[in-house]
Design a protein around this ligand. Structure first.
Ligand SMILES: Nc1ncnc2c1ncn2[C@@H]1O[C@H](COP(=O)(O)OP(=O)(O)O)[C@@H](O)[C@H]1O
Ligand SMILES: [Mg+2]
Length: 250
């Protein structure tokens, strides 16, 4: 099962969600691989690990999944790190004529070999790699900060998915839209949540994750919320997401 975390906007909680979900599923006993397709390489940093050109080496450097997969010091959680060379990989792939099923192809041996779950974090842009990631997805999660531009970012992902389904036979589904940076005292947060429900249907809107300093601290310290503050509200909110994913993944 491949789960992709995507939104063409930056700073909406994609990396936080991908890392937290991946570690949460690993804690639940699932063999999980986190794949960082963003040239910012922040999955490694968020886990307290060094950035490496893993994605570059895998996609265009001739290395195998085994070569580029790193342990994370956390049971059942592995990482394929990325760094700025991921952007170079994208340029090389574009020049060679990009195959939409690049990501699916590259992960197939691992999934066949018994790996249960792959969580993919993506860059805040539209490009070959993001599309290839979405095309590989069995399940898509779309985090969005609840500001006034939220709907716009989500619409773009939805449009990409519609196109992939209509023209390329994509058969995955959207688990949901995850409102992040939620603040129940601001009108903007509440208004945006209402807008999202009206635009995409209330059943597609997941319970929001509140804005919380502890999540920012996690990223900065290289710890997941399960390590830093397992009893926090943020941990409870992300635990809900972990359960939802666990529920729909065999
Ligand atoms: N719910 C939240 N509340 C407060 N800070 C958050 C929250 N989610 C993420 N952050 C922080 O906001 C910044 C952007 O989040 P990140 O997950 O990197 O977004 P993206 O991957 O979409 O760019 C990071 O510093 C992260 O630690
Ligand atoms: Mg990110």
């Amino acid at each position: 099962m491949i789960i992709v975390v995507a939104n063409q906007k930056g700073g909406v909680g994609k990396t936080t969600t991908a890392v937290t979900l991946a570690h949460g599923l690993a804690i639940q006993g699932r063999d999980t691989l986190l794949l960082d397709l963003d040239p910012q390489g922040q999955c490694a940093s968020a886990l307290g690990l060094v950035q490496e050109p893993g994605v570059f080496n895998l996609l265009v450097g001739g290395q195998t999944l085994a070569d580029v997969t790193r342990t994370t010091g956390r049971p059942r959680l592995a990482l394929i790190p990325g760094n700025k060379r991921t952007a170079t990989a994208q340029v090389v792939l574009n020049a060679e004529g990009f195959e939409l099923d690049t990501i699916r192809q590259v992960l197939r041996p691992a999934l066949r070999g018994g790996l249960e779950l792959v969580i993919i974090d993506t860059a805040p842009s539209v490009g070959g790699l993001q599309e290839a990631a979405l095309f590989a997805a069995d399940l898509v999660i779309i985090p969005t900060a609840v500001d006034y531009l939220a709907t716009e970012g989500v619409v773009k992902v939805m449009q990409t998915l519609d196109t992939l389904a209509a023209r390329q036979g994509w058969q995955g589904s959207v688990l949901g839209i995850l409102p992040t940076f939620y603040d129940n005292v601001t009108r903007e947060s509440q208004q945006t949540l209402e807008d999202l429900k009206r635009t995409f249907g209330a059943e597609l809107i997941l319970p929001p994750v509140h804005r919380a300093t502890v999540l920012r601290e996690c990223g900065a310290e290289g710890k997941t919320i399960w390590e830093k503050a397992a009893d926090s509200r943020s941990a409870k909110e992300y635990a809900d997401l972990v359960w939802r994913v666990a529920d729909v993944t065999p």
